[in-house]
Design a protein around this ligand. Structure first.
Ligand SMILES: C[S@@+](CC[C@H](N)C(=O)[O-])C[C@H]1O[C@@H](n2cnc3c(N)ncnc32)[C@H](O)[C@@H]1O
Length: 281
């Protein structure tokens, strides 16, 4: 019976202590059966066929080994839209929505050109293309597998015109690009230092792509590199970058040294300075 399966999942997930056990039990079973949480509750006493039950048990095993729910479901919400994810991309985080909010608050020209460095699932590139009517976006990632996911998200969410709106480029940060004409650069670079690896939860450390997490030469080294590569940006253009939890002072200094004027620092939901917005002098 459906209720018994939910209860089995809830209790084993609670023992494993990875996340909100009850909610995850509903989510996984709801996904397999194509039901909302309320519909799962309403069908508590129903039998479920063998095939979905087996799929559900397989998903539960993956979750009990620590795999994040988003990878098991293959989807995560970002800024109110559902994005595909797989193990080649970072799972979009709520704090990255502050990058979108900061970008949308900027005074941009009517047809802005936007550059997203380290696009991953494409959550920033696709969201900005949808939220800014006539924006054209270039989205760069070093990982070809991540770019495939980003392209799929663009097509799912924007449709036939996706690739007129967003150009996907395999590249190493901004190195291969001409920066002329960009009005806005957004980035959520991999800003975790290798020395912080041991402090990450196993869900992150063992399942999310290393290239999406770690800055190999020190936590804010990638941001310094990014700023050096953005020297060619036109005066007056904007940069919105997500930063790590102890980086605000260092990033503010690096911005000043690199010819950017910090215009705002947005805190995340925990009150940690998380998104730096700056203007090219
Ligand atoms: C923290 S993830 C951000 C993904 C997505 N923008 C988001 O906010 O969820 C960083 C992304 O940068 C990419 N990346 C890492 N080093 C890079 C580099 N040198 N050049 C381009 N992309 C890079 C990774 O593959 C990963 O997709």
């Amino acid at each position: 019976m459906l209720g018994e399966l939910v209860e089995l999942a809830r209790s084993s997930l609670a023992r494993a202590d990875f996340g909100p056990a009850q909610r995850e039990a509903y989510l996984l079973l709801g996904h397999v059966l194509g039901l909302t949480e309320a519909q799962v509750l309403a069908r508590w006493d129903q039998q479920i066929p063998e095939e979905p039950e087996q799929r559900f048990r397989h998903m539960l095993e993956r979750r009990l080994r620590g795999e994040p729910v988003a990878y098991i479901l293959g989807r995560r919400e970002f800024y109110g839209r559902s994005f595909r994810v797989d193990s080649s991309v970072l799972i979009p985080r709520p704090e990255t929505e502050h990058v979108v909010e900061a970008a949308l608050s900027l005074p941009l020209p009517p047809q802005p050109r936007v550059l997203d460095l380290g696009t991953g699932s494409g959550c920033l590139a696709v969201t900005l293309a949808l939220e800014i009517d006539r924006a054209s976006v270039v989205a760069v990632d070093i990982s070809p597998a991540a770019l495939s996911v980003a392209r799929a998200n663009a097509f799912d969410l924007i449709g036939d015109r996706a690739f007129d709106r967003i150009q996907f480029v395999a590249g190493d940060l901004a190195g291969s690009l001409s920066l002329e004409g960009f009005d806005l650069v957004v980035s959520n670079p991999p800003y975790i230092g290798l020395d912080e690896e041991a402090f990450l939860s196993p869900e992150i450390r063992e399942f999310e792509p290393r290239a999406a997490l770690f800055s190999p030469d020190g936590d804010d080294a990638i941001i310094r590199r990014l700023l050096a590569e953005l020297e060619g940006l036109t005066s007056g253009s904007h940069l919105v970058v997500e930063i790590g939890h102890r980086q605000s002072r260092r990033v503010t200094d690096s911005l000043a040294r690199s010819g950017f004027e910090l215009t705002s620092m947005t805190e995340d939901y925990q009150g940690i300075p998380r998104v730096a917005t700056a203007r090219r002098r």
